[in-house]
Design a protein around this ligand. Structure first.
Ligand code: BDR
Ligand code: CA
Length: 312
């Protein structure tokens, strides 16, 4: 299996993404690093510990990272989507494990430098920790085999503002640093996540498969209600789980190599990912932008894996 690190801000779809990784024999989840984002850092860290414990995997270390964005105070959290404590109002039992004493970037750098095999890093919260890794341990960042990022949007506009997707909006300067690096990167943005909707029938399947599945379904309930009232959609967009699917099975998404820059101005475009779709790029800093997805197959993959996790 490919060594995997998840950098995350759980977060309902983050929780699902972590469970998906644990259910997937193609990868070996070696470290979870946490970041500010959907809720405050202390809460995302606690949630990460508890989600791992839910799956019986409190052996996976959790290291806490950035409390805030690099330059400006993050303008808003997403408690209205994910619940004030980040997991849709569900109280998971506390984990017996403690937080790793190392800062996230140190834990990440040590793992990257010690691993003989290339490591996949999936960053599914704001990318502050990844930017800090690039700035503080560039020799470790160079060892990343694949960086799979959830965030941005090429043609769909934003979900927080007309221009910006949440993870980029939450730290545009970090996003620019990460997208401007030469690390092999796949960008999984709203173009492919928005059409990938998990509906109540899919949720019901893993809910019925065992206690961990029922808990995952309970976590999703508030998100489902929010989607129904806010967007009138009959299911939930599983942004982060789709990014994990691409991390687990490379090539799940159809990608094209593009030049991408982030709008870091303070105007109405702040946080927009400007994807140059005129040409295929040959630049060393170009990014593989996910442009096409078989959403039905991706949802089936997720539901099937969560069913097997719940049965185990
Ligand atoms: C992203 O924003 C967060 O609220 C989700 O967890 C996901 O990572 C989607 O825009
Ligand atoms: Ca997230």
């Amino acid at each position: 299996p490919v060594p995997l690190v998840i950098d995350t801000d759980p977060g309902i779809d983050d929780a699902l993404a972590i469970l998906l990784a644990l259910a997937s024999p193609e990868v070996d989840l070696r470290l979870v690093t946490t970041v500010h984002g959907n809720v405050e850092l202390a809460q995302t860290t606690e949630n990460a510990l508890r989600v791992l414990h839910l799956a019986g995997r409190s052996d996976v270390p959790v290291a806490a990272g950035a409390r805030d964005s690099l330059v400006y105070r993050q303008p808003e959290r997403a408690g209205h989507v994910h619940g004030a404590a980040g997991l849709g109002g569900v109280q998971l039992p506390p984990s017996p494990a403690a937080v790793d004493p190392r800062p996230a970037v140190v834990a990440l750098a040590e793992l990257l430098l010690a691993s003989a095999a290339p490591v996949t890093v999936a960053a599914i919260g704001p990318w502050t920790n990844i930017a800090l890794l690039l700035a503080t341990y560039p020799e470790a960042a160079e060892r990343i085999g694949r960086l799979v990022l959830m965030g941005g949007s090429a043609a769909r506009g934003g979900n927080v503002t007309a221009a910006a997707e949440f993870n980029v909006w939450a730290d545009p300067e970090a996003a620019q640093k990460v997208l401007g690096s030469a690390v092999p990167t796949v960008l999984v943005g709203l173009d492919v996540t928005l059409p990938t909707v998990l509906d109540a029938a899919g949720i019901e399947r893993f809910a019925a498969a065992g206690p961990a599945g029922a808990t995952a379904a309970a976590i999703l309930q508030q998100y489902l209600d929010h989607a129904r009232t806010a967007y009138g959609t009959p299911g939930v967009v599983v942004h982060d789980a789709l990014a994990l699917t691409e991390a687990i099975v490379p090539g799940t998404l159809g990608t094209v190599r593009r030049d991408v820059v982030v709008d870091t101005t303070l105007g109405a475009g702040r946080g927009q990912t400007l994807v140059d779709r005129r040409t295929v790029s040959r630049s060393p800093t170009a990014v593989d932008v996910a442009e096409t997805v078989d959403s039905a197959a991706a949802v089936e993959f997720l539901v099937g894996r969560l069913e097997s996790l719940a049965r185990a």
